[in-house]
Design a protein around this ligand. Sequence first.
Ligand SMILES: C[S@@+](CC[C@H](N)C(=O)[O-])C[C@H]1O[C@@H](n2cnc3c(N)ncnc32)[C@H](O)[C@@H]1O
Length: 245
Amino acid sequence: MSDTSSELSDIEASLQKVYGNGALQDLEELREHYPNQPDEQLADAIRKRPTPTATLFFRDENLATFATDVAPKMAQALGKQTLRVGQVACSTGDETWSIAAMLEKQGIDYTVRATDINPDVLTEAEAGVYPNGALNVLSDSPAIACKAARMFKQNRREGTFEPDKKLREHVEFAQHDILEGPLPGGPYHALLVNNMLYHYPEATRDRIMENIAGSLAVGGVLVFENCDGPGHEVRAGIYASAVGF
Ligand SMILES: C[S@@+](CC[C@H](N)C(=O)[O-])C[C@H]1O[C@@H](n2cnc3c(N)ncnc32)[C@H](O)[C@@H]1O
């Protein structure tokens, strides 16, 4: 019989090293350092806790700017092709459904493939059932967000809301660790990366950026977070290649 409590304390001790000194950041390095550890348990613990998972509907204005100012021009340039949007670090899907609702309201032909490393948040994202209060942020949001909010159906009895069926036809969730490689199913015309990168140290961020770049179509755009992290700043923005489609 295995000694679960000592296995757990091994995991805790290892996690302490991972998070405590910032030296190990991904599963690959972890396996190299701990070849004899209960690998899968440790790996699972890391998948579920690399960074906080807090998120909100219509959280960052850069998504609204993308939906109103950028996506329509891209859709026009794409002609009959569907605008393919990828998302890194979607957490429980609040942002994913927000962008889908805004693109829908703009009348754009789109798909969104949203990814996260953590399987637990993905289960919630796919279920797509949220407490009513989650849409309260709308009072401070751009007009497109208020319009897009109509794409969510309230269930008053349950005190919840969920995305309209129409949105579900365009949205797909998948587990992916952006440290391991480009987003599956790419290349994407636009990639959304909000509130994730700043949790990682610089060397890891460089690797993440390479994988992000490898997920983008030529002429694609990157919609980026605006966050200050310890010792560095990541500027929000929409970065577009000069090449065009
Ligand atoms: C603070 S949440 C951001 C959620 C959303 N993008 C937003 O801005 O509201 C950070 C998310 O990044 C995810 N994450 C962290 N490291 C990741 C990685 N290496 N690959 C994919 N997702 C990751 C976490 O699981 C978490 O759900």
